[in-house]
Design a protein around this ligand. Structure first.
Ligand code: FES
Ligand code: FES
Length: 214
């Protein structure tokens, strides 16, 4: 007998326990039984006829996302992450989906100038706030100094983590966490690079910080 199996009371055989369980299931399925009494709207509820009740519609909200200086009025599901809305609704695919659970930093964007992991942020939470993605850094043909530093210092290989690294680096420099290589490493540690470009990334952040007078 497994740990989870019920121990029959004294005088009660395994067969009688199973028979009692079968009777309960039959009672639940019978017209007028507990299953028939389930609320009609309950998600996934199965009625007496065996037909599945229609699923409840997803809750939605009206939001106005301000992304890279443009306002986007949208109807979004309350559960939609900022990452999915940026990529799938606004077509801003520069922001990458790596782990989708807050561990890799590939989805980093700036909200109100602060870095956030957009896979852990609901879009409805950022209604009306100023959001910057990697697409919003360059001014026309002029790259942002951090983008330029990543190219000059050869700070990427496959490039998948690079948009998140760059957004994090912009904030890291603004925050003033670039006093030493150790400090840069510490404050960039939320952004992982599977290609192992860390020495060049630190180099690029240091170079951009010095260029900004930090
Ligand atoms: S995709 Fe958001 S932290 Fe990895
Ligand atoms: S450059 Fe490939 S994951 Fe960082």
């Amino acid at each position: 007998m497994s740990e989870n199996e019920e121990v029959p009371a004294e005088g009660q055989s395994r067969r009688s326990v199973l028979r009692a369980g079968g009777a309960t299931a039959a009672a639940l399925a019978a017209p007028g039984g507990a299953a028939a009494a389930a609320p009609a709207g309950a998600s996934g509820a199965v009625g007496a006829s065996g037909a599945e009740a229609p699923a409840l519609p997803a809750a939605t909200s009206e939001v106005a996302l301000r992304v890279n200086g443009r306002e986007h009025p949208l109807t979004v599901e309350a559960r939609a992450t900022l990452l999915d809305v940026l990529r799938e609704r606004l077509g801003l695919t520069g922001t990458k989906k790596g782990c989708d659970r807050g561990e890799c930093g590939a989805c980093t964007v700036l909200v109100g100038g602060e870095r956030v992991k957009s896979c852990l942020t609901l879009a409805v939470m950022e209604d009306g706030r100023e959001i910057t993605t990697v697409e919003g850094l360059a001014r026309g043909d002029d790259l942002h100094p951090v983008q330029d530093a990543f190219i000059r210092r050869d700070a990427f290989q496959c490039g998948f983590c690079t948009p998140g690294q760059i957004m994090s680096a912009v904030a890291c420099i603004d925050e003033g966490h670039t006093g030493s290589d150790e400090e840069i490493r510490e404050w960039m540690s939320g952004n992982l690079c599977r290609c192992g470009c860390y020495p060049n990334i630190v180099d690029a952040v240091r170079s951009a910080a010095r260029g900004a007078g930090r």
